[in-house]
Design a protein around this ligand. Structure first.
Ligand code: AHR
Length: 490
């Protein structure tokens, strides 16, 4: 039997909204064509930013947007991206397709995007191929009330300093960000972070490059050498694709199972990296910000292999739902996370059709929308006994869940049924709260490969879910196969 006990009056950890963060890199059609079309485009835009995409993203309450990379960040020189667009020097985007980067989308365009999305900026600065001076000046350009960088900013049309709290000091410096050993990066981090200063009212939240997946040595060295100088450490974990097929939409149960099993590893990674962090930071001052995560399938046939344009099915929504449940459950350490990436790249929220004004919202988008009220709510204590979903001689828990209560004392329960074949009954016992009303929504489809297309953009989207009557605090939920549910109790 599957049983979930929800102690609605217990729990003292807040789920940071930044767990629901996003990531936009100069990669493929994420920025150009995805978020930015330019002021002269026929696609409706506000100061060059396409309004259909901005509106869609506002609806899921994007709390922060990491930019400009990724690998691109460690070859980006921010001064090339300010001033009159026609005069900005171009560069080669050597990581992503070897295409010419015009620098038309730079610091001011990004800050305008954050303002239009009503989200916090999160800038990842260049440690791999930049200089300390360059990083220091970027912080000054954005946040200093006075001085030469503030004057330059004023010349480019912005008098007041912005607030930019979140700064990444390099990206994947064990790989594309300079192939460094952890000891070397720790020293470089200390040097660069020293010159990223709090200016005026701006208080920095410095984020150090974290490990790749299960590289526990990286975490140990960084925490040992630099924990006192960072506010967060940023592991990256991609859960790959299927076991036999890497297609995003053409796969069998073997691939479904493999993908979800790999997604659930996130729990172990957080526990084990967290245990190392606890040794050096027992008060859990240093946050874990998993600033790249998600699925990574083969690119869509006929598209540029370096652009990482992939479709997104119900399977991706289950990966998103299960991962967000894991993050919520670890919100005492996980202070942020950024799914990769926002538009047209990897596990995107939105896909835009090339040379057209059509867009679609992916199943992953809908999962984020259904979970959005967990943002800044209090995590509620839950105990879950789940049956297994078995495939071959392996198994994973069929069900995962998390629950939170917002400031209006409403409870949000999010549940995933990972089993693609059978519905599962979940007996929920709600304690510490009188429930007067239960409403729900469910995201599922007839096929596990179901996805949205530009011709059929609403094939996978949430539907109303009729919640059975609650008796003496107990309700028996029937979870459809392969589903994500959001249940609200008031
Ligand atoms: O998200 C795509 C790439 O994956 C990023 O640029 C890099 O940081 C990671 O390897």
């Amino acid at each position: 039997m599957n049983r979930l006990v929800i102690n609605a009056d217990l729990g003292n950890q807040r789920i940071s909204r930044h767990i629901y963060g996003h990531f936009a890199e100069h990669l493929g059609r994420c920025i150009y064509g995805g978020l930015w079309v330019g002021e002269d485009s026929l696609i409706p835009n506000l100061r060059g930013l396409r309004q259909d995409v901005v509106d869609a993203l506002r609806a899921i309450r994007v709390p922060n947007l990491r930019w400009p990379g990724g690998c691109f960040a460690d070859e980006y020189h921010w001064m090339d991206g300010i001033g009159a667009r026609a005069q900005r020097p171009a560069m080669l985007n050597t990581h992503w397709g070897g295409v010419v980067e015009t620098n038309h989308f730079g610091t001011h365009e990004y800050m305008d995007l954050c303002a239009q999305l009503d989200c916090e900026p999160y800038i990842c600065a260049n440690l791999g191929s930049g200089t300390v001076r360059e990083m220091q000046q970027w912080v000054e350009y954005l946040t200093a009330p006075a001085g030469p960088m503030a004057d330059l900013r004023r010349q480019h049309g912005r008098a007041e300093p912005w607030t930019v709290r979140m700064w990444g000091v390099g990206n994947e410096n064990w790989g594309c960000g300079g192939s460094m050993r952890p000891e070397y990066y720790a020293d470089e981090y200390r040097r660069y972070a020293t010159y990223c200063r709090n200016l005026g009212d701006n208080v920095l939240y410095r984020i150090a490059c974290g490990p790749s997946g299960a590289d526990y040595r990286w975490t140990r060295v960084l925490m040992r050498e630099a924990a006192g100088r960072m506010q967060a450490l940023a592991p990256h974990y991609y859960c790959g694709s299927g076991s036999s097929s890497r297609s995003a939409t053409d796969f069998a149960e073997e691939d479904w199972f493999y993908q979800l099993q790999r997604a659930l590893l996130m729990d172990e990674l957080i526990r084990r990296h967290g245990a190392i962090m606890d040794q050096y930071d027992p008060d859990r001052r240093v946050g874990m910000v998993i600033d790249e995560w998600g699925t990574w399938h083969a690119v869509e046939p006929g598209t540029h292999p370096g652009f990482l344009y992939q479709q997104n099915s119900l399977r991706d929504a289950l990966v998103a739902g299960a991962t967000l449940n894991i993050f919520n459950q670890h919100c005492d350490r996980v202070q942020g996370a950024n799914i990769a990436q926002t538009v047209n790249v990897l596990q995107a929220m939105v896909l835009t059709e090339e040379d057209s004004d059509r867009i679609l919202l992916t199943p992953t988008y809908h999962a984020f929308e259904m979970f959005k009220e967990h943002q800044d709510a209090m995590l509620v204590e839950t105990t879950l006994d789940s049956e297994d979903y078995a495939f071959g001689d392996a198994c994973i828990p069929a069900i995962n869940a998390s629950a939170s209560r917002n400031d209006a004392a409403q409870l949000l329960l999010t549940v995933c049924n990972m089993d693609p074949n059978g519905e599962r009954q979940l007996r929920c016992e709600v304690r510490g709260m009188t429930v007067n009303r239960l409403t729900g929504r469910v995201l599922t489809a007839a096929e596990m490969t179901a996805h949205n297309t530009f011709d059929d953009p609403h094939s996978v989207r949430p539907e109303a879910y009729i919640v059975p009557e609650i008796h003496h605090g107990t309700v028996k939920l029937m979870l459809p196969p392969r589903s994500v549910l959001a249940i609200k109790a008031e």
